[in-house]
Design a protein around this ligand. Structure first.
Ligand SMILES: *Cc1c(COP(=O)(O)O)cnc(C)c1O
Length: 396
């Protein structure tokens, strides 16, 4: 294998000896799935988030999909969501042939613009075809059903504006799903992310705040929905069903015991992991503040605790993001454009007829955003090296 051309990694999980030991311990048992570790992991997430129920699954995407099912989303139903996210949050709406209705984002935070969200909900429930058309895609929504839900995303580890979003959800009787896959540990007005909606999801891919390799978890205070989602995760076996009895059409979305054990071990250090990520973000903030060609990440006043998932800067004209990114890569610094707008992903643009210009704020952020190397393991020297190269490349 060729040696990495990079001087620092883009991201890296923080795995220690106790993590390795926890996984090895599972491999010395005969219980590699549906065992005690997954229950323990769910309990630790309940304790941390304050949720009554946690349902561990094999990815954040699987978790969001089960939330769609629990929300009763049917083919043709409309779901309000953001085009500025990881593609997973829109894909789960499409899995059941529902229709994502995009609402552009706030230019500072990148989270859903709540004024636009309120307008969209009012228009889409007005029964007036002209008002509805303002929000519906050009094609692919001819046979649409009713507006049923909001799927909000806590982008980059910062909670969306839930006071306003909750109000819209309540006013129009919509289910609210919180994609908190980037925001484990974040706080909005002193309350932890994950429980602002009817159901919330955290994810554990290796670049997230904690990792299980692959994995995710749903949190909810809704007893009935929790039981239903736990059943769907396990091939639709309801409580009381035997192994080959299936009450519902389900999936295999189970999280195995090795992954769960890693999750338990990682959760025992969650505060330290988030603190170290915060420290890296503050080091970047301090060093990069003096560079006029870039904008630093925005943290809003309602965000009483940021749980840094990625550190994304924005190129300011005349500095051009793609040229800047190429220069950094040539200097051995890995960077990623972040996010690319969902409505312009080829299969989505194709299906719904979206074009450039449809969501201008999302597109502007998509053209200017650049994720820098980031993890809890980054040293001060590594941050300094990245910043030195940024200073060099932003000047030239
Ligand atoms: C990570 C992430 C997910 C889930 O990703 P998986 O790879 O399926 O675990 C969902 N939404 C957002 C916004 C994410 O960042």
């Amino acid at each position: 294998m060729a040696e990495s051309k990079y001087l620092v990694p883009m991201s890296s999980p923080e795995i220690d000896e106790s993590d390795r030991q926890a996984v090895l311990d599972v491999l010395r048992t005969t219980s590699l799935s549906i065992g005690p570790r997954v229950v323990e992991f769910e309990k630790s997430i309940c304790a941390y988030s304050g949720a009554r129920h946690a349902i561990a699954v094999n990815s954040g995407t699987s978790g969001l999909h089960l939330c769609m099912r629990a929300a009763g989303i049917q083919p043709g139903d409309l779901v309000l969501t953001t085009p500025f996210s990881f593609v997973s949050s829109t894909n789960v709406i499409l899995y059941d042939n529902a229709i994502p209705v995009f609402v552009d984002v706030d230019p500072a935070s990148g989270n859903m613009d709540v004024k636009k969200l309120a307008e969209a909900a009012a228009d889409l429930t007005s029964g007036d075809p002209a008002r509805m058309r303002k929000w519906l895609p050009r094609k692919g929504a001819e046979a649409h059903g009713k507006l049923r839900a909001i799927l909000a995303v806590d982008v980059f580890g910062q909670p969306a504006n839930y006071d306003a979003i909750r109000k819209v959800a309540d006013q129009y009787n919509l289910k609210l799903i919180e994609d908190s896959c980037e925001a484990l540990g974040a706080e909005y007005k002193g309350r932890r992310a994950g429980l602002f909606g009817d159901y919330g999801v955290f994810a554990f891919y290796p670049n997230k705040q904690i990792t299980t390799g692959e994995g995710g978890i749903i949190v909810t205070n809704d007893d009935q929905a929790a039981e239903y989602m736990a059943s769907l995760r396990n091939q639709g076996r309801a409580q009381g069903d035997t192994w080959l009895q299936h009450t519902h059409l389900g999936y295999n979305y189970r999280l195995d015991e090795m992954s769960s054990a890693l999750g338990v071990s990682q959760m025992s250090r969650i505060d330290a992991l988030i603190d170290r990520r915060n420290r890296v973000a503050q080091l970047y903030n301090r060093r990069l503040a003096a560079i006029p060609a870039i904008e630093l990440p925005y943290v809003g006043p309602e965000t009483t605790r940021m749980s840094w998932f990625v550190y994304v800067i924005r190129a300011k004209a005349p500095l051009q993001r793609d040229r800047f990114a190429a220069a950094l890569e040539a200097e051995g610094i890995p960077v990623r454009p972040y996010f690319l707008p969902i409505h312009l992903q080829p299969y989505i643009a194709d299906k719904f007829g979206y074009r450039e210009g449809d969501f201008p704020v999302t597109e502007d952020l998509g053209r200017r955003g650049l994720a820098l190397p980031f993890s809890s393991c980054m040293t001060e020297d590594q941050v300094a090296l990245v910043c030195e190269k940024i200073e060099k490349c932003a000047a030239g």
